[in-house]
Design a binder for this molecule. Sequence first.
Ligand code: CU
Length: 121
Amino acid sequence: MIRRALASVALVACSVGLTACGGDDSSSDSKDLPTKSIDITVSGDDVTPNGDRVEVKVDQPIELVVKADAEGEIHVHSDPEHEFEYNAGTTTLPSFKIDKPGLVTVESHTLDKTIVQLEVK
Ligand SMILES: [Cu+2]
């Protein structure tokens, strides 16, 4: 098992984000849309998936389920952006929605890797 010190989040700049990290979920109608659950596994320096595209619908609730061997942080490059912390073990992150079509990157700021690209339609 690989052990490494967690890099400070402050060292990893947002690759495309221009504004400060964080932000609240904007609530909008999501009737009829089932929650899209995405399983993420973090092990040492590896993350799975690693850059895959995942199709979601506008305003569909998206839930990230993170299984990790160490705590870390995930960033969703939507507008507004979302930043989530997770612990070692399995963490179900609060669901979020994206209110316009486009490609939204979900990345690990801890590992500086792209996890998935949400193809919002
Ligand atoms: Cu970021």
